[in-house]
Write a protein that binds this ligand. Structure first.
Ligand code: TYD
Ligand code: MG
Length: 458
């Protein structure tokens, strides 16, 4: 009888223990340990390397003797995805795409598979049948003539067998949680299965220089399901996010070994697939004729990309004892801080007011350069005085009400000018290196929050 070996794994972080534990010593979660059989003890089923005999011994090499591979990026046929990947697809890279169910991960990947020209692509699906995928492909393109093969299979050993015969140039796996490897007995989606299947695919990608896309499910609180180590193993982690009730979807890079993190791509989900949005500012600014109070525009930067975003605030007298504070698309803690600055430095009585804040388009903004726009929106709503729609803001606000410099100001100013704004408020510490004559837009420099309100509301 072959002996089986098992261990306990924390389902939250992947910590391995020989005994069951109530609390995970690594991530402090309770009751997360599940027993998983890690080795069947039977004769080894071949994995990628041993099946093909491609295993080789690596020797240490001097850095300067290693040939650099700068030209190896290839386009995916999708400008937004190329940008998020840092300028195209790198040979042999493993890319994990996470996102909520129904956000469009499978659509994005199938669209990629159908759009890449001249290369053989294998789309492995453990979630849908061939017919379902065919239906989706027809929805996306009318005449699918792409060199794309569909395989509905969940065993990694069988997948590798097919890969050997087909020799695809790009492999897409939908999803990593549905795969299982014959080396491990636990159920698909468990920590040890996800880890083993990823490791096998990783080995395949590195040895054959084939890029592999993995679709990953995410848990309720937004983390990619399975162990955190999954994110450490792969080269690039992309997050596909957005509000399912809005048409816009955002592809964000969280980790990228081959490019800048925090890069961003925007898509619109339409009835015939995802469409790239190359000019985000236009969709994020509402086309309004009359001027309303509580609305301002901030010149933010997402990744390397300038975007003008509309912020809306509503300040009203609180009906209950405790005023409500809520923010969509912006950190509530930071909003509270900005409110405290307004109260203390400018003397606005906001402590008995409800304050609601909304960033238009379902976008989440983390760039501190939006601070000034938010404060101006709050005061505009509080005083019920509208701010002319041709004014925008790009500055961070500090605790003592000082207006602070932000990075890449010139890029923000040119984007504002391009979109027809007439005035931009920036920090007076931000003027170094700006050639003012170059711009037609009027640049107003301020150093204190009081000054801004003096200029805006007189
Ligand atoms: P899907 O790619 O299946 O999401 P995921 O793989 O992340 O779970 O996307 C499904 C949603 O997208 C579904 O609600 C329908 C919508 N959709 C469109 O609006 N237009 C389309 O062309 C397609 C293919 C899907
Ligand atoms: Mg899917």
């Amino acid at each position: 009888m072959a002996k089986t070996k098992s261990a306990y794994f924390c389902q939250s972080c992947g910590y391995e223990s020989a005994k069951w534990l109530g609390k995970c010593p690594s991530c402090n979660q309770w009751n997360t340990f599940v027993e998983e059989v890690i080795d069947k003890g039977s004769a080894k089923v071949p994995t990628w390397s041993s099946a093909t005999g491609t295993q080789r011994l690596n020797k240490p090499n001097k850095v300067e003797e290693i040939q650099s591979a700068t030209e190896e990026r290839t386009t995916t046929g999708d400008a937004e995805l190329d940008r998020v990947l840092g300028g195209g697809l790198v040979a042999g890279s493993v890319i994990l795409i996470g996102g909520e169910p129904g956000i469009g991960k499978s659509t994005l990947m199938l669209q990629l598979a159908l759009n890449v020209s001249g290369r053989k692509i294998l789309y492995v699906s453990g979630e849908e049948s061939e017919q379902q995928i065919k239906m989706r492909a027809e929805r996306i393109t009318n005449t699918p003539k792409a060199n794309c093969y569909i395989l509905t299979e969940t065993s990694t050993q069988n997948i590798f067998k097919q890969i050997e015969q087909l020799e695809p140039e790009i492999v897409i796996v939908d999803s990593i949680q549905t795969l299982h490897s014959a080396h491990i007995e636990s159920t698909p989606g468990s920590v040890s299965q996800v880890r083993e299947c990823t490791a096998e695919l990783l080995r395949f990608a590195k040895e054959t220089n084939t890029p592999v896309f993995l679709i990953g499910h995410i848990t309720k609180d937004g983390a990619i399901a399975g162990p955190k180590i999954l994110e450490h193993m792969v080269d690039t982690v992309l997050q596909f996010e957005g509000d399912r009730h809005h048409v816009y979807r955002i592809l964000r890079s969280i980790k990228n070994r081959f490019g800048a993190a925090a890069e961003l791509g925007i898509y619109a989900m339409q009835s015939n697939g995802l469409r790239e949005v190359s000019n985000p500012s236009e969709i994020l600014l509402s086309q309004r004729d009359e001027e309303l109070s509580g609305i301002t525009i901030g010149a933010t930067l997402e990744g390397a990309r300038p975007m003008l975003i509309e912020t809306q605030a509503l300040v009203s007298v609180s009906a209950y004892g405790t005023p409500q504070r809520s923010a969509t698309g912006f950190d509530t803690k930071r909003m509270n801080m900005l409110l405290a600055v307004l109260e203390k430095r400018c003397g606005f009585r906001l402590s008995a007011k409800d304050v609601f804040l909304n960033i238009a388009g379902g976008i989440k903004v983390e760039d501190p350069a939006i601070d000034l726009a938010i404060m101006a929106a709050i005061i505009s709503s509080h005083e019920d005085i509208s701010i002319p729609s041709k004014i925008c803001f790009a500055a961070e606000v500090g605790l003592s009400g000082e207006i602070r410099a932000v990075n890449r100001i010139e890029q923000r100013i040119s984007e504002a000018e391009k979109l027809g704004f007439e005035k931009i408020f920036i920090s007076s510490y931000n003027t170094k290196g700006i050639v003012r004559d170059k711009f037609k837009i009027e640049i107003i420099t301020v150093s204190k929050i009081e000054e801004v309100f003096g200029l805006l509301f007189g």
